[in-house]
Write a protein that binds this ligand. Structure first.
Ligand code: HEC
Length: 143
């Protein structure tokens, strides 16, 4: 949706004859492509858990918990979203679950601990941002 929109604007300004004006507008277009810090962090969360899933399934050594995930508390959100109390508590529930994957003394299996983490992603998303849910669900390990 977004790239198509930007492309239309770009075409509009390329056809515009005022060069000075074009330069100013080009900056605006560049701006529109900058994802929020949260969006960048989320892509990392996704990529990391995709790798972790493979390691869990193959019973390989797990990549350690990435400390930058703690940035979920501070990463700037897209303009239209607010960091509500509910959002903060979902962030904590997620971080606790993600860290619990590394708790080798847990009564739960590693697979369950991993799937619990993914379910906390889905819980937050079902309230905050439903679009990526089908993609996130694919991270779940089938029992
Ligand atoms: C506390 C709530 C919360 C949790 C927990 C959470 N997300 Fe998100 N996620 C969001 C919000 C809000 C956005 C939209 C970010 C924005 O636009 O600023 C998002 C965006 C995304 C995106 C889209 C990024 C993009 O811009 O293309 C993906 C993919 C994603 N999350 C995956 C995950 C995965 C995987 C997990 C768990 C490992 C997870 N999320 C945990 C709230 C959450």
């Amino acid at each position: 949706m977004k790239p198509v929109f930007c492309f239309i604007i770009l075409v509009f300004f390329i056809s515009c004859k005022d060069n000075a004006n074009k330069a100013v507008k080009a900056e605006v277009i560049y701006d529109m492509y900058v994802p929020s810090e949260m969006s960048v962090l989320m892509k990392e969360l996704y990529a990391f858990n995709l790798e972790l899933k493979k390691q869990v399934v193959k019973e390989e050594e797990l990549t350690p918990f990435p400390e930058q995930f703690l940035n979920i508390h501070t990463a700037q959100l897209s303009d239209f979203k607010a960091r509500t109390e509910r959002f903060k508590s979902f962030s904590n529930i997620f971080l606790t679950a993600q860290k619990e994957i590394y708790n080798t003394n847990s009564d739960l299996s590693l697979k369950d601990r991993f799937n619990n983490t993914i379910n906390t992603c889905i819980s937050c998303h079902s309230l905050e941002c439903t679009g990526p849910i089908p993609k996130i669900k694919k991270l779940l390990i089938s029992q």
